[in-house]
Design a protein around this ligand. Structure first.
Ligand code: CA
Length: 161
């Protein structure tokens, strides 16, 4: 169904999430640290990264920002122990698509993944439509610079929730 990178240093949680996701048909790669996550994400094409913000090797938000910069088309779902408005805002600014709070409820994770894939397919559909439109009108330079497109994406996302 999709190719995921799960970044989680807690062995039991990582194993149970991997098992559950594989049973749902996902291909799951795993990393136990930020360094490993960065390495894998630069080598492997990924649809989604599920990232625990509390890892042994460094600041989770910094890692999130880095992963997002390296993989701008990969949706990142974060796992956090504490959900506060400040944390959420900081995480979204750094590139998170959505977040789940520990303890991880598996059904909740699956719902968020569904929403994320819906968004992704709409996003790529939108890119394709814009390319076609640009070709028709000879306006290739419009691609990637449209505020209207960004607005449309935001509208879609809010409609999905
Ligand atoms: Ca952790």
């Amino acid at each position: 169904m999709a190719r995921l990178l799960l970044v989680e240093d807690e062995t039991a949680l990582r194993r149970s999430m991997t098992k559950g996701l594989e049973e749902e048909g996902h291909e799951v790669l795993t990393a136990v640290s930020g360094d490993e996550a960065v390495l894998i994400s630069t080598r492997e094409p990924l649809d989604c990264i599920i990232l625990d913000l509390l890892l042994p090797d460094g600041d989770g938000i910094e890692l999130l920002r880095r992963l997002h910069q390296l993989n701008p088309h990969t949706c990142i779902l974060i796992i956090t122990a504490y959900a506060t408005v400040e944390n959420a805002v900081e995480a979204f600014k750094a590139g998170a698509f959505d977040y789940i709070v520990k303890p991880v409820i598996f059904a909740d994770l699956l719902n968020k993944l569904d929403r994320l894939y819906q968004f992704r397919s709409l996003y790529f559909e939108n890119q394709t439509l814009r390319r076609e439109l640009a070709r028709k009108e000879g306006l290739d330079d419009v691609i990637g610079s449209s505020d209207a497109g960004a607005h449309l994406l935001r509208t879609w996302v809010s409609g999905l929730s």
